[in-house]
Design a protein around this ligand. Structure first.
Ligand SMILES: *[C@@H]1O[C@H](CO)[C@@H](O)[C@H](O)[C@H]1NC(C)=O
Ligand SMILES: *[C@@H]1O[C@H](CO)[C@@H](O)[C@H](O)[C@H]1NC(C)=O
Ligand SMILES: *[C@@H]1O[C@H](CO)[C@@H](O)[C@H](O)[C@H]1NC(C)=O
Ligand SMILES: *[C@@H]1O[C@H](CO)[C@@H](O)[C@H](O)[C@H]1NC(C)=O
Ligand SMILES: *[C@@H]1O[C@H](CO)[C@@H](O)[C@H](O)[C@H]1NC(C)=O
Length: 421
């Protein structure tokens, strides 16, 4: 298993190309910003800071250099960070061109060390918002830690409502072909099957590149340690609801008290409920990660956010080894014994309140852990010991899933460099 160090080596060996990339991304940003700014600025509302368009420098004293940037996906997830005793994220509101019209501002502490934004829900909103942030000249994000902090559906085989999970893999499970269950071949366990394949259990021969992302496991371990210092919220109603899952031994984790769990996350714009789809996507996660991914949470954004951050890494604006995927369980992805899939989906979200509160309770420990350990540990980065990046090897290294590093193979066979990372 390779690490990000191979990427750093290549960067050092190609200074001219790197400079050219910076210059190009620079011009691109300026053109984009000049256009967007003309439309977007000035906004009404005197509280927002005005953007100063200036050439992108690797670092400039004027830029905001957050140590931690929190990503929420919608209003409740964002609101939970605004009136907290630990820090004041409403001290600075910064309008960033390209963010969702519903959530146009990033919010930061006065010193800029902690910031937060809300992407808007679903894969399209997440990708568009995050790439806009990455390209914004207002921020220097080269040393920033990104904390994806959202609620999620939860697999009762692995965790429960109220649990706070930290993922190593994010798998885009719905990027597949699909038959309606009534049309699928009778012997198939699901109507979903990987693109280019002829059966659900076949590895996808056709990849878009966003199928699987792997993030820094050493950083995840530190984050889990910080989050475990938190006392998580729970309610009597959530306890009573969870107890329904005690009827099946495979759902022992679903019936147990909420905790901090290391397990992986599945992205799909499609919000599903039910035993068959739950199992189908467990299988997809296992298949796409070549047997190592443990699917426990379901959400609609993470692969999109990761793709945008990965593209930012390629142009030197963010560091892909500084990403933490935290998802708390708000509702079960499948019914308890005797309940139907529809009853599960339409049931009152008993776990919702605790799951939102636990984003703050668990997440703030992670933020504080990073700030407190900044000089000693975090400023220079937590060296990954696992592969990090996408399924194609786009930022270097050799993925332990998928076809291997396709760019390295192209270099070998054709001698043509496809990338200048
Ligand atoms: C930032 O915006 C929030 C409302 O979203 C407002 O309550 C707060 O006062 C604003 N902060 C500043 C410094 O204007
Ligand atoms: C989404 O990202 C995760 C890693 O974060 C990865 O395991 C998963 O395969 C990705 N899924 C898709 C369909 O891109
Ligand atoms: C969880 O939060 C609810 C709502 O604020 C509160 O009533 C309850 O006491 C909290 N429970 C724990 C265990 O902190
Ligand atoms: C998941 O995989 C297992 C093992 O291959 C298989 O028995 C089961 O039918 C699959 N389930 C679904 C819903 O795809
Ligand atoms: C992952 O599994 C597929 C299908 O078995 C295989 O073609 C591929 O080489 C495997 N990738 C790695 C990195 O082991």
């Amino acid at each position: 298993m390779k690490t990000a160090s191979s990427k750093a080596q290549r960067q050092r060996s190609a200074p001219l190309e790197t400079m050219l990339m910076f210059l190009l991304s620079n011009l691109w940003q300026l053109a984009l910003l000049a256009t967007v700014a003309a439309v977007v600025l000035p906004r009404d509302g005197p509280v927002n800071e005005v953007l100063h368009l200036q050439p992108l420098e690797a670092s400039s004293p004027k830029k905001i250099k957050p140590k931690v940037f929190i990503f929420s996906m919608y209003d409740d997830e964002g609101d939970v960070w605004y009136s907290i005793p630990e820090f004041d994220l409403l001290a600075r509101n910064i309008t960033v061109p390209g963010l969702s019209p519903l959530f146009p501002d990033a919010h930061c502490t006065l010193d800029g060390s902690v910031c937060q934004l809300t992407t808007g829900e679903g894969e399209i909103n997440a990708a568009t918002t995050i790439i806009s942030l990455v390209l914004s000249p207002v921020f220097d994000l080269t040393k920033t830690y990104f904390l994806i902090a959202g609620v999620a559906g939860i697999n009762p085989k692995v965790a429960t409502i109220g649990s706070v999970t930290f993922a190593r893999y994010a798998v885009q499970v719905s990027l597949q072909n699909e038959f309606d269950a009534r049309d699928k071949p009778a012997h198939w366990p699901t109507g979903y099957f990987p693109q280019g394949s002829h059966a659900p259990e076949e590895y996808p021969p056709k990849l878009y590149g966003t199928e699987v992302f792997e993030v820094n496991d050493a950083l995840r371990n530190l984050a889990v340690g910080f989050a475990r210092r938190a006392e998580l919220n729970d309610t009597a109603a959530a306890q009573a609801y969870r107890a329904h899952y005690a009827g099946s031994s495979v759902f022992a984790a679903g019936a147990a008290a909420p905790s901090v769990v290391e397990c992986d996350t599945a992205t799909s714009d499609n919000f599903w409920s039910g035993t068959f789809l739950g199992e189908a996507f467990e299988n997809t996660t296992m298949l796409f990660t070549n047997g190592t991914g443990v699917y426990c949470s379901t959400q609609q954004e993470d692969n999109a956010t990761l793709e945008a951050l990965m593209r930012g890494h390629i142009i030197g604006l963010v560091d892909f080894s500084r990403i933490i995927i935290m998802r708390s369980g708000s509702d079960f992805d499948r019914p308890y014994p005797g309940q139907s899939a529809a009853e599960n989906l339409f049931a009152d979200d008993i776990g919702y309140g605790p799951s939102v509160l636990n984003l703050h309770l668990g997440g703030v420990r992670v933020v504080q852990g990073i700030i407190d350990g900044w000089e000693e540990t975090f400023e220079c980065g937590v060296k990954p010991t696992n592969y990090i990046g996408d399924i194609l090897g786009s930022i270097g290294g050799e993925p332990d899933f998928g076809p291997g590093n396709i760019f390295a193979k192209q270099v070998k066979t054709s001698g043509v460099r496809r990338r200048s990372v």
